[in-house]
Design a protein around this ligand. Structure first.
Ligand code: FAD
Length: 318
């Protein structure tokens, strides 16, 4: 079922959803199930599965020489979605990236999604590869998420890349895109970034999921500004419970977001990471309650591995 239909069906009630990361190459999917299992009692209508970019690794060839090779450390997003749907009878949503994929490869992924009964996808550009200082579009790939959304919209209308091939079509993907309450790190201003978001909506996006934020006012202002420029689709807040002391440096550095002073002080006062995890849980509960009271359609959690903290938060709310 489409995310937008889940929202309509909920009739104003705030629902719970979360995101998982595929296990690293060679690991077992059971680890992922162990983290999903405790969250199922909160009845998520959907679970997102991220996609990781390809990266360079150095492989020891055994003769003392290292060879630089390209690899994907966490493959299998669409397969994992199929397993989640089969095991838990919920919608699973693959994240699709521009980076690392030609448009043709993307079309094949969409065809696979359709075969598997996946109704939703999240269309993203992806970050720059670790060995590149800025995002370089893949040859024959999409350069911006708006182009990827357009490709999916075209497929929904029956326009394949190779239109000369006459095939039946009944694609009808619901498309999610990313939004940034504190602007995307590369955008010159929030206003410009919002115009880019509008371009994704105009290309056919059906809903937005936000980057994590820790100050709800930033989300409320972002939604108000989006509405002012004619973005009417649902904007789902993404919430990350702060979990370790190092997050005080990592989160602002990697995601270019601000942390409230009250949270920083509470974390700095913790004697170990167990205490930090508890501070993160309590903060996220308060943040989630305020968002729920404001009537957000979903509270979407970035679980990133161990899900005990998201479980504690959901227990307080759902
Ligand atoms: P875009 O919307 O394409 O925007 C990227 C930048 O380009 C922005 O600064 C924008 O303002 C600018 N821009 C857009 N259009 C134009 C234009 N026409 N001309 C000039 N500038 C333009 N990353 C992963 O690798 N895997 C994931 O699974 C993943 N999931 C995510 C889920 C969510 C909810 C969010 C918020 C992020 C996720 N990311 C993921 C991270 C995301 O890939 C990065 O933030 C990436 O840098 C931007 O992706 P985007 O889709 O927002 O890009």
């Amino acid at each position: 079922m489409k995310v937008t239909d889940h929202i309509k069906k909920a009739n104003g009630k705030t629902l719970f959803s979360f995101e998982v990361i595929p296990p690293q190459k060679g690991k077992n999917i059971q680890d992922l199930y162990n983290n999903i299992d405790p969250l199922m009692e909160f009845k998520p209508p959907f679970i997102d599965v991220t996609t990781s970019r390809e990266e360079y690794v150095y492989v020891d060839k055994g003769d003392g020489l290292l060879e630089k090779r390209i690899t994907r450390m966490r493959p299998g997003t669409v397969g994992i979605c199929a397993s989640i749907m089969h095991k838990y009878k919920v919608d699973a949503i693959p994240h699709l990236l521009c980076g690392g994929f030609t448009k043709e490869e993307t079309e094949y992924v969409l065809v696979d999604c359709h075969y598997l009964g996946i109704d939703n996808v999240v269309a993203l550009r992806g970050d720059a590869r670790k060995d590149e200082s800025y995002f370089i579009p893949t040859k024959d790939g999409n350069a911006y998420a708006s182009e990827l959304v357009q490709q999916i919209s075209n497929l929904n209308k029956g326009q394949y890349l190779h239109d000369d091939i006459k095939v039946e079509h009944n694609y009808d993907f619901c498309v999610g895109v990313a939004g940034y309450p504190e602007k995307h790190m590369e955008a010159p201003s929030l206003t410009t970034d919002l115009k880019r978001l509008k371009a994704k909506v105009d290309a056919g996006a059906d809903y937005v999921v936000t980057q994590m934020f820790f100050d709800n006012q930033k989300y409320f202002d972002f939604v108000a500004k989006a509405r002012e420029i004619g973005i009417t689709i649902p904007i789902i807040p993404g919430i990350k419970p702060l979990a370790v002391k190092r997050h005080l440096q990592i989160l602002p550095q990697v995601f270019k977001i601000d942390l409230p002073e009250t949270l920083i002080e509470a974390v700095e006062g913790c004697k170990d990471n167990k205490a930090v995890r508890q501070v993160g849980i309590e903060f996220a509960i308060q943040q989630s309650k305020e968002l729920r009271d404001a009537g957000v359609p979903f509270l979407h959690y970035y679980s990133m591995g161990k899900s005990d903290n998201v479980q504690a938060i959901a227990s307080a709310l759902f």
